[in-house]
Design a protein. Structure first.
Length: 433
């Protein structure tokens, strides 16, 4: 998909709804540095981050100015040039089961100022984004949620969880096989161009992952402010296989306060092979003067505990319903992935906003390919749009939703759906957006 979202007009329905409330819903011209800086200040304020400096605002504009950037403005406010609500969006590549990707409308920076709550602004923002997604032909919308009670009413559902993994390094020894290749330190600047190619291959392994945009790598590697103390503390290493081909990398920092030993904080560890995964984790765990290794936004099904001598030294915390998915086009979304068993299922989907409402045949063959079309046949499974989003990537089994009273169907049909929707790897997303 090209990027028509940069030039589409503001959603007319949301414009009218907010105009009736004395508010202006408008696209931000990101070529206008001042207008973007005001929008960014409102966005950062919404997430309780420090106000951006002029240099930081310009750096952010260079990184994310390509996105569709929207603000809501109150002409009666003391600072009418600063939006009272924000949102940004773009077309991302979402990995789905079968090492495939599909277009998804990524929604970010959703904020509403506390001075303007209970005015229908969030609803106007989200419904405007869904209408825009449909207009550009995106079959689904995705977001990462800081709050869990907002997005279900718009048809989003948790689709790829994440957790924080902590390792008590003092208790673990390596129990996995030695790698055939080797790990090499690389400076952040030197590894910058390498990580994009490795990541493209590595992200295809895991449903729920989203392609990384160039500005994200610059920020993660500390290249947007290379002289700051935090940036100078960033370390990077690359794993090369026995033939010398790069197969994975890790980006991390060691947080240490004298005289205590430190904590290795892993930002990104991406591997396109199991061997690269093992080698990079072994490298991380073998740092001296370190008591703990902590990695955020990791899979809830991390293989690491099977590679150390004391699995109890590994704990998880901060389990989160990280990636949320909203299906808009049922045939395109469901046919984008592969499936784990041949079958023919009839799904009746209830979508109050209408995008995915109807009955659909999902027919899968022995190769995992899917063929999806509308039908008037009796449904074997009845579910809501949230429940459809929850099972789409394989993170939640249909039988779990049936047990919770969130999905109706004959037990044998639901059991078949469990087998069909199962993913080869646990869905997971390793970033916020």
């Amino acid at each position: 998909m090209s990027e028509p979202y940069q030039t589409l007009p503001a959603d007319t329905a949301s414009t009218a709804v907010l105009a009736d409330r004395g508010l202006r819903y408008a696209l931000v011209d990101t070529a206008d540095a001042d207008a973007f800086a005001h929008w960014l200040g409102a966005d950062e304020r919404g997430f309780h981050a420090p106000a951006p400096t002029p240099d930081r605002a310009e750096s952010a504009r260079e990184r994310v100015g390509y996105r569709r950037t929207t603000g809501v403005y109150d002409g009666a406010a003391a600072e009418p040039e600063v939006p009272v609500a924000t949102v940004s969006s773009w077309v991302a590549q979402l990995t789905v089961p079968g090492e495939r990707t599909m277009d998804a409308w990524a929604i970010s920076s959703v904020t509403v100022a506390p001075t303007h709550r209970r005015r229908g602004i969030a609803r106007a923002l989200l419904e405007g984004e869904l209408r825009t997604a449909v207009a550009v032909g995106a079959p689904a919308a995705i977001l990462t949620a800081s709050e869990a009670t907002i997005y279900g009413r718009f048809g989003f559902a948790p689709a790829a969880p994440a957790t924080t993994v902590s390792v008590d390094r003092r208790r673990v020894g390596w129990a996995g096989p030695p790698p055939a290749g080797s790990v090499h330190f690389r400076s952040p600047a030197a590894i910058r161009d390498e990580v994009e190619a490795i990541a493209r291959r590595a992200l295809l392994r895991t449903p729920g992952e989203v392609d990384r945009w160039p500005g994200l790598w610059d920020r993660m590697l500390g290249l947007t402010d290379p002289t700051s103390e935090g940036s100078r503390g960033i370390r990077a290493a690359r794993y090369d296989d026995a033939e010398g081909h790069p197969r994975g990398f890790v980006v991390y920092a060691v947080k240490r306060s004298e005289p205590d030993h430190g904590t290795v904080v892993v930002d990104q560890l991406l591997a396109e092979t199991d061997e690269a995964y093992r080698a990079l984790w072994r490298f991380v765990l073998e740092h001296d003067f370190v008591d703990e290794v902590r990695a955020h936004l990791r899979s809830i099904d991390e293989p690491l505990r099977w590679m150390v001598s004391d699995p109890r030294a590994i704990t998880t915390s901060e389990y989160g319903d990280h990636l949320w998915l909203r299906v808009l086009d049922v045939p395109t979304t469901l046919s984008a992935r592969t499936y784990s068993a041949p079958s023919r299922l009839v799904l009746a989907v209830d979508d109050q906003l209408g995008y995915a409402h109807g009955s659909w045949v999902l027919e899968t063959d022995a190769s995992g390919r899917a063929f999806v079309h509308a039908t008037d046949e009796p449904a074997g499974i009845r579910l809501g749009i949230e429940e459809l989003g929850a099972i789409t990537l394989g993170a939640t089994r249909p039988s779990v939703l049936a047990s919770a009273g969130r999905l109706d169907g004959d037990p044998d049909v639901v059991a078949t759906a469990d087998r069909v929707f199962a993913a080869e790897r646990t869905p997971h997303l390793g970033i916020w957006f």
